[in-house]
Design a protein around this ligand. Structure first.
Ligand SMILES: Cc1ncc(COP(=O)(O)O)c(C=O)c1O
Length: 452
């Protein structure tokens, strides 16, 4: 039967290329809801199943080889199975990796992180970005004695209840743009949590100031990604983060930067890039060299609340906190991610973003390529994307079409249009992406013409 719709055609081709993935997905669905254990990596009709990965390539169980621009949603900053990270893990494997006692590598990685991130005087390790933001919020509540927090609409901080407020609300249900409603992102979030989380639009310092002033007495912290990540790599406007710093300081509210994604933008993360020091920072993703690890930390007087040497302290446990495999991989990852490596991937990302923009512009397709340095996102909209609601004007069908049509030609970006650069990439790699995008212009024009 002939299939005229370009998206249907792509899906048909995707199914043809991935029969083993489909079979494994169906088997997995018997034991894992949706065949899956990580919502963000699921896409309909079923995600391909990865067999192995090396450098900037992912190999699936169907024999396809993809050029990986997703990089595990930015954590794989050195691509996959970097030989030096493999060697560091292997060396540690022989010595063991967990026990009910700290291993020395934990102290070494803590020192490296504190030296890189200037606002982090002391840190603690956990196992994910979710835990890192959850514990940073806990620290802020303990330190200030206040309970509410403020986050940004579309801001993503993982999957604990506070983080699951207005991370992906439907704009038509979310009230006025300047004072968004706090909406739970799914079932199972207590009303009491919804009440404790205030929501502000990203990149609007005046709106943030109003909320902070109105609720200063009960507000423990403002948590913000210095650049909105999952929402579409939306950079802060000039002076926005500085304004948040001033507003919070003036109202005795702590400022938490969630640098789970942005840590890779400079040696000292986005806080160095934008020259703004938060009180607390949450880290994850690359910090454990692609093994499960997260960290949170900040001003000494706040972090000392965790010291068990105090009479009253914040209890923070975790069977695998600071496990030596993640510490070894993290140390090697950060050693490799020095200033020149960062400059290099940022420069590749800048050039690539300009070239992608040019392709769409010359084709007359309304698209924005947002982001900074190595972190990028394509939005199919004529609007300047400065916040979550603007990102939501993007033509979803066009993103989906681009995603599947690239995947069918062995290039992997995220289904919503995110792509990022890893250190094994070079000009040759980015030329492949450009050439493939150019090849999709005609079908994209069709779908963009149809509108949302
Ligand atoms: C900014 C940000 N914060 C927190 C998280 C949650 O991290 P994890 O998936 O390790 O729990 C993510 C994950 O994508 C993130 O991008």
């Amino acid at each position: 039967m002939p299939v005229a719709d370009p998206l249907q055609k792509c899906l048909q081709e995707y199914r043809r290329r991935t029969p083993n993935s489909r079979r494994i997905h169906e088997l997995a669905s018997r034991f894992l809801p949706g065949g899956n254990t990580r919502s963000v990596v699921y896409f309909s009709p079923y995600p391909f199943v990865m067999k192995r990965a090396s450098g900037c390539w992912i190999y699936d169980v169907d024999g396809n080889k993809y050029l990986d621009f997703v990089n595990n949603y930015t954590s794989s900053v050195h691509g996959h199975a970097h030989p030096r990270i493999v060697a560091a893990i292997e060396e540690q494997l022989e010595k063991g990796w967990t026990g009910a006692a700290a291993m020395e590598l934990q102290h070494r990685l803590a020192e490296v992180i504190c030296r890189r991130f200037r606002s982090m005087e002391m840190i603690r390790f956990c196992n994910s970005g979710t835990e890192a933001t959850m514990m940073a919020i806990r620290a802020a509540r303990a330190y200030t004695g206040k309970e509410k927090i403020m986050k940004m609409e579309g801001g993503y901080h993982g999957s604990h209840p506070e983080a699951e407020i207005s991370a992906r609300p439907r704009p038509e249900l979310a009230g006025i743009a300047e004072r968004p409603l706090s909406l739970p992102d799914g079932p199972g979030i207590p009303k009491s949590v919804v009440k404790e989380v205030l929501v502000a639009p990203f990149n609007n310092a005046e709106a943030a100031e109003k909320i902070v002033k109105e609720h200063g007495q009960e507000l423990a912290a403002v948590i913000v990604e210095p650049m909105l990540g999952i929402a579409g790599q939306i950079p802060p406007k000039e002076g926005y983060l500085q304004s948040l710093r001033e507003i919070t300081e003036e109202n005795d509210v702590l400022l938490i930067f969630d640098e789970v994604m942005t840590a890779r933008l400079a040696v000292g993360g986005a806080q160095e890039f934008f020259r703004v020091n938060p009180d607390l920072t949450a880290l994850g993703k690359m910090i454990g060299g692609d093994l499960p690890a997260g960290a949170f930390g900040g001003r000494r007087e706040i972090m000392e609340l965790f010291s068990p040497e105090r009479r009253e302290f914040i209890h923070h446990a975790g069977t695998f906190n600071g496990n030596a495999l993640a510490m070894a991989a993290g140390l090697e990852t950060l050693k490799l991610l020095n200033a020149s490596a960062i400059d290099r991937i940022n420069a590749i990302g800048e050039v690539l973003a300009e070239e992608v923009k040019k392709i769409f512009w010359e084709a007359g397709i309304a698209a924005q390529v947002t982001g900074i340095g190595s972190l990028r996102h394509i939005h199919f909209t004529a609007e300047e994307v400065v916040d979550y609601r603007r990102a939501m004007t993007s033509n979803e069908a066009a993103s989906k079409l681009l995603f599947f049509s690239l995947l069918n030609e062995d290039v992997f970006i995220s289904p919503r249009g995110m792509f990022c650069i890893s250190t094994p990439m070079n000009r040759k790699t980015t030329e492949i992406l450009l050439e493939k995008i150019e090849g999709k212009i005609e079908i994209l024009k069709e779908i963009v013409k149809k509108g949302k």
